[in-house]
Design a protein around this ligand. Sequence first.
Ligand code: SF4
Ligand code: URA
Length: 195
Amino acid sequence: MKKNEVMKKLEEKIKTCKKCPLGELRTNAVPGSGSYDAQIMFVGEAPGYWEDQKGLPFVGRAGKVLDELLEGIGLTREEVYITNIVKCRPPNNRDPTEEEIKACSPYLDKQIDVIRPKVIVPLGRHSMAYILKKFGFEPEPISKIHGKTFEAKTLFGKIIIMPMYHPAVALYRPQLREELEKDFKKLKEMLKELS
Ligand code: SF4
Ligand code: URA
């Protein structure tokens, strides 16, 4: 099966999934958006209010920050792939539970296997912890490791992981927005080296 077909099938499966209790509470599941041939994959935490309304990732206020950060390094949403660890909105935007992450993360694992990105950017500490553990690294405080790179070996080659702060923190802490902008510049430099 072609990449496109596999991804479309997976998205359909996510849209009707009831593997955890969040499936009963959602308006729309949010599989992810962007290019299936993306070199970079951004992984947030879980959909919020607007994402649940629209079925698309990062379309609220944090999404606007992400758009600006992408634009700042000359990238568009269409060139990257954006998704979350958990595909349905937790009530009142609470953190997803361990059980919800366990139930939902196989979808993310599959998205990584099919897209085969060169770089994964976990956004925020929950996503950072999941991705680093998945590839055999120890999670550390996001304040310490944001903008650092971890090289993971996979069956299809190496993946570079560069954790960053969640764009939502930039909304109320301007100094963290500066850190995000610096980390995006590093990402841009790294992409130049990879190409
Ligand atoms: Fe299924 Fe994930 Fe939604 Fe739970 S959060 S119902 S596992 S898609
Ligand atoms: N925050 C996230 O972690 N993901 C989204 O899709 C939106 C906000």
